[in-house]
Every structure is written in C-alpha cells, then in structure tokens.
Design a protein around this ligand. Sequence first.
Ligand code: AMP
Length: 219
Amino acid sequence: MRIVLVGPPGAGKGTQAALLAENLGIPHISTGDLFRANISQGTELGREAQRYMREGNLVPDEITVGMATERMAQPDAEDGFLLDGFPRNIAQARSLDKQLEEAGLALDGVLDLEVPEEEVVRRIAGRRMCRKDSSHIFHAEYSKPAVEDVCDVCGGELYQREDDSEETVRKRLEVYHQETEPIIDYYREQGLVVTLSALGAVPEVTQRALAALRSGDAA
Ligand code: AMP
C-alpha cells in the first residue's frame, strides 16, 4: 500500500503514522524526521534545512524531493510506504505522482487528519519528543511520562522541538493553510482522499484510519 498522511501540525501525524505503518507492515517515511536526523548528524543537508525549519517555513523542494526520493528508493519501501509530511505543496505532489507513474505505480489513498486550530496549539505547546525514537511522543500535561523528561518506552531523553514554540507553530499553521491544504483538493480530484477526525484517544483514531483504508474509502 502507498499512502500519504496529511494534516496540520499537531494533528498527530507522527504518532498515527508510526502505528499505521506498523499495522500495515510498510515503512513510515517522515521528511521532518529525516531532516531532524540530518540536523543531529550535522550534515550539510541538515544545516541547510534547519534555516527554514527554525522559522516554520518549508524547506525548498529541490532539497526535500531529492531526500524523499532517495528514501523511497530503499528496498524496504519497494512494496509500499506511508508518507508523513510529504508531499507538502502542489509541486511536491506533482513530482511524487510523476515518479510513481514512471515506475508504473500509484498511490492507494490519502488520509486527511482534521483537528481544530485551538487544539493544535494546545497539543504542540506541550509536546515532548524522544531523542532516541521520534515515534515516542508525550505531552507535558495530557500524556506525561512516569519520570519527567524520560521516555517511558526506551528511556531516551525527552525534549521540546525547536519549532514547537507558539510563534513558530502559528507560522507553520499559516504555511499549512497556504501551501499544504491545496494538495487535499488536488488528491480529491483523483478520488484518493478520506477525511478523518484526529480527536479522541490515539488507538481510536488508528482504528478509524485502518477501517477507512480497509473499506477502500481511501482507495
Ligand atoms: P514535521 O516533522 O513534518 O512537522 O516537519 C518539520 C519541519 O520540517 C517543517 O515545518 C518544515 O520546515 C520541514 N519539512 C518537513 N517535511 C517537509 C516537506 N515535505 N517540504 C518542505 N519542508 C518540510
């Protein structure tokens, strides 16, 4: 299965993507995680990307598309993948379509996670991520770890993302409305979109998404 997950920052894309990918037996490919890995390894690509991420802006397409394409070409993604945070604008969506078409492949569905704007800011302001595994995500108030700043799952250090400050979140939301939201209509025209509410307990949202994928609503 080849799936794209779309939604504003704070919709729970990272959490849901990790669970859905595991359930479906496909790799979870997050361009945000790939950028953050490059930043922590101090690569040239990481340094370049960080300049944009800090401000809540999109990293230029030539950097992003190249990195995503390289990741999708890995052997574990041969039979499918779940894309989280890519594509993020129409140009990226077109380039993904072209690339899949040239390989005789196509997307099976686009899951659009919806969440009210006040909820986004509330979720992100308290978000804490694990340095060892970015799918281990906590919240300072709503999903506290047993020991402060320590991941319950693997003992990794929890930290707040540099771009999770309220000011940067507002900018990221603006960028989402302007650049990313139009891809929902782009994919809707292809009959690929299923819209889901991202509210409720994490397992409930996962089950909703799996049911939609299985019933073919997203195909
Ligand atoms: P995320 O982890 O998906 O919230 O992404 C964090 C940041 O990485 C975004 O705010 C962008 O600056 C950058 N980024 C991630 N994916 C993309 C993409 N597909 N295109 C451009 N920038 C991206």
